[in-house]
Design a protein around this ligand. Structure first.
Ligand SMILES: Nc1ncnc2c1ncn2[C@@H]1O[C@H](COP(=O)(O)OP(=O)(O)O)[C@@H](O)[C@H]1O
Ligand SMILES: [Mg+2]
Length: 383
């Protein structure tokens, strides 16, 4: 296939970083996203400003692209199915999106392939919560079956009363009841599979979350080699079973030396940002190669260790103070996404540090993070 133009559903930072790589490689990029001047739209050749369920606009994106991809999994499945009906090439396919965007289907897929994952039960009607509680126990996490991201649409319940509150807050929407896993750490991996079926895996990472939002990724994860190998094996098994074409992420809980899959993201992922600066092949380039029928090569780290820190909004102003000091770190790369408003815990940017050891990367990361703060420029002070 001779790809000239890549269509991207979604205009956030993942689309932006994907586009920057696509442009470097000589492709054109068009994004479709409802909000004008999106992080991706700012760097793409064009942005179609339209809702994700506007099938006329989706059709236009398909007609103007050689291959269409998506940068987040909460786009309506119907949009991808409509493109496929028009015989447009969408990668990953609608089949992959269907399985991974619904937590119940995802869990069923994992169980069918005997991949360990926390016990769970569907809660479609209020009456089913007691049965789920009896079967799985407390504490538990209730999650909306679709549409969640960055910890949104989730409730941690330690008591029957908290379960009741969660169900009430979910307003009758379908839920999944998951066993709460007292994990030692969270792990993730990026992998990619191309049209020819070649599969490559990135180094296993350790992910630290804050209120459900990724705050730091540590590479390589501080786990024994057999456990890292197990994570790679599971990612490879998922790539084959789903016949996914593109880069994707798998999140894991590491609990008592056993790994279990938390979720699969059928797209480039926040925990792979480090790869822009820390591996010779980034997850974004891997995705573009994969969907454009190009070869993949095994990614490897360019330094012994790397740490990626998300620069999250604090709700206290839209001006990032401390950039000049942070840029004095010789092995730090700062990425900002061009978002105007730094709402609380909104992903505004990230930085990556390369170092000789994980400990020193973390130390530099913490020092850099402490220097950055959001201020209201009009006041010139942190509020
Ligand atoms: N079953 C669970 N046990 C313990 N912690 C969980 C569980 N499910 C989710 N979490 C915590 O919440 C975070 C976000 O949940 P996740 O299912 O990954 O949703 P999202 O789509 O928002 O990333 C996880 O990274 C983890 O820290
Ligand atoms: Mg997650």
């Amino acid at each position: 296939m001779n790809v000239g133009t890549i269509g991207i559903l979604g205009g956030g930072q993942l689309g932006r970083m994907l586009t920057l790589e696509a442009k470097r490689m000589g492709f054109r990029a068009i994004t479709l996203e409802p909000l004008p001047n999106s992080p991706c739209g700012q760097v793409a050749d064009e942005q179609i400003v339209a809702a994700y369920d506007d099938l006329r606009a989706i059709g236009e994106l398909g007609a103007r692209s050689d291959v269409v991809t998506y940068e987040f999994e909460n786009i309506p499945l119907q949009a991808v199915l409509a493109l496929e009906r028009d015989r447009r090439i969408v990668r990953p396919s609608g089949h992959v999106l269907r399985t991974t965007q619904d937590r119940l289907l995802e869990k069923a897929f994992l169980r069918a392939h005997r991949i360990p994952t926390p016990d769970s039960a569907p809660v479609a009607a209020a009456g089913e919560i007691e049965a789920a509680e009896t079967k799985i126990g407390l504490p538990a996490i209730l999650k909306t079956t679709t549409g969640g991201y960055d910890g949104k649409g989730q409730w941690l319940a330690r008591s029957t009363e908290q379960l009741r509150v969660a169900v009430a807050e979910a307003r009758g929407g379908p839920l999944i009841y998951e066993r709460f896993i007292p994990f030692d750490r969270e792990l993730a991996i990026i992998a990619a599979r191309n049209v020819a079926g070649e599969i490559v895996t990135f180094p296993v990472t350790e992910n630290v979350h804050d209120h459900g939002v990724l705050s730091m990724t540590i590479v390589p994860a501080r786990i024994p080699p057999e456990r890292a190998e197990r994570v790679r094996e599971i990612a490879t098994q998922i790539a084959k079973a789903l016949e996914i074409v593109g880069a994707f992420a798998v999140e894991f809980f590491d609990c008592g030396g056993e790994v279990m899959v938390n979720e699969i993201a059928p797209r480039v992922h926040n925990s792979g940002h480090y790869s822009i600066d820390a591996t010779q092949l980034s997850q974004y380039e891997a995705h573009i190669r994969a969907i454009c029928d190009l070869p993949l090569v095994a990614p490897h780290l360019l330094a012994p260790a790397a740490v990626m820190v998300n620069v999250l909004g604090s709700g206290s102003g839209d001006h990032l103070d401390g950039i000049a000091e942070v840029l004095r770190e010789p092995d730090l790369k700062l990425h900002l996404y061009g978002k105007a408003h730094a709402a609380l815990r909104r992903k505004m940017g990230h930085f990556t540090i390369l170092a000789q050891s994980v400990d020193s990367a973390i130390e530099i990361a913490q020092r850099a993070r402490a220097r950055l703060r959001w201020i209201d420029r009009r006041e010139g002070i942190a509020v």
